[in-house]
Unconditional design. Structure first.
Length: 292
């Protein structure tokens, strides 16, 4: 059990000693910085930044001259304990990441865990998060969703994860780098299906914000001609419930036979059936063997 006491309601706007503030910053439009985010950055003892150059630009713009410390993926093991020890000595710290909400697809989550383990109070100054901004703009169901962050960057890892996600019925949120977008879309089309709805949310809150609501097939076709530019969040519609799928009434053998009749080899037909059903190939193989 690890309970740290959060500052009480009337103290919420005071910067308190020994507290880590997770401060959300804009994802593109500076006007999205909240009044409280600015106040906290101005009043803490020091600011921990994922990219000091990036955050210094914001701080210079606001005329904030606090000491900064860098805290990012490749120095977090050394810097995390240093930040915690400064917090334990009574200093206050604002954690800001490159853009958006700290601890979402960035090393902030490790610092929060370290603070929690060390009994240091963590509180948040909420604001922009690219994932949620994209989700609400997507036009896809928002009632139940799954945040996946970045898919693995290697082809095999990406395909494995997509296969694991192929039967997920909730809306999926993914971050993607522009240089990987075309390959990822191609894998998504072949694993999740050509007709799966997708919203490609690009350059959110920036001048060139664009939401493309389409299907995987059309997204692949579009990006065969267009070069991906800027930052993307991908929102994918969830899989149809199994009982609404075309194979709902088929046995496994009938399901495999269906694909073979449509031109797939036995091996590819088994793979396709396994993917549809969200099970391993061996399960399909066993079911077919037991029928022979
Ligand atoms: N912590 C951040 C947040 O709250 O969204 C996310 C950090 S993650 C390292 C960066 C990824 O977020 C980018 O690669 C992109 O997928 C997404 N992203 C950030 N800003 C964006 C924007 N303005 N438009 C679209 N996607 C954005």
């Amino acid at each position: 059990m690890n309970n740290t006491v959060c500052p009480s309601a009337e103290e919420k706007n005071k910067v308190l000693p020994g507290v880590l503030y997770l401060v959300a910053t804009p994802i593109g439009n500076l006007a999205d910085l909240s009044e409280r985010a600015e106040k906290v950055m101005r009043e803490v003892d020091f600011v921990a930044c994922e990219d000091t150059r990036n955050s210094m630009k914001l701080m210079n713009l606001l005329g904030i001259t606090k000491p900064v410390i860098s805290y990012f993926e490749h120095n977090k093991a050394a810097k995390g304990p240093e930040i915690v020890s400064r917090l334990q000595s009574g200093q206050s710290c604002a954690l800001v990441t490159d853009a958006g909400t700290p601890a979402i697809s960035d090393p902030g989550e490790d610092l929060v865990r370290l603070c929690a383990e060390s009994g240091v109070t963590v509180t948040s100054v909420p604001g922009c998060c690219a994932a949620i901004t994209a989700l609400i703009l997507s036009g896809l169901p928002t009632g139940k969703f799954v945040f996946e962050g970045f898919l693995p960057s290697d082809k095999k890892g990406r395909q494995t994860r997509l296969n694991e996600l192929s039967r997920e019925e909730r809306t999926l949120i993914l971050y993607e780098a522009p240089h990987r977008l075309q390959d990822s879309l191609a894998d998504m089309e072949s694993i999740l299906g050509a007709e799966r709805p997708i919203a490609l949310c690009r350059e959110l809150t920036k001048r060139n914000e664009e939401i493309m609501r389409t299907t995987l097939k059309d997204a692949v076709a579009h990006y065969k001609l267009a070069e991906p530019r800027g930052e993307y969040v991908l929102i994918l519609g969830g899989a149809k419930p199994k009982n609404e799928m075309f194979f709902a009434e088929m046995t496994i053998a009938q399901h495999v036979a269906f694909y073979e009749e449509n031109g797939l080899s036995r091996m590819d037909a088994m793979k396709a059936a396994a993917r549809d059903r969200g099970v391993g190939k061996s399960e399909i193989y066993k079911a077919i063997q037991s029928k022979q």
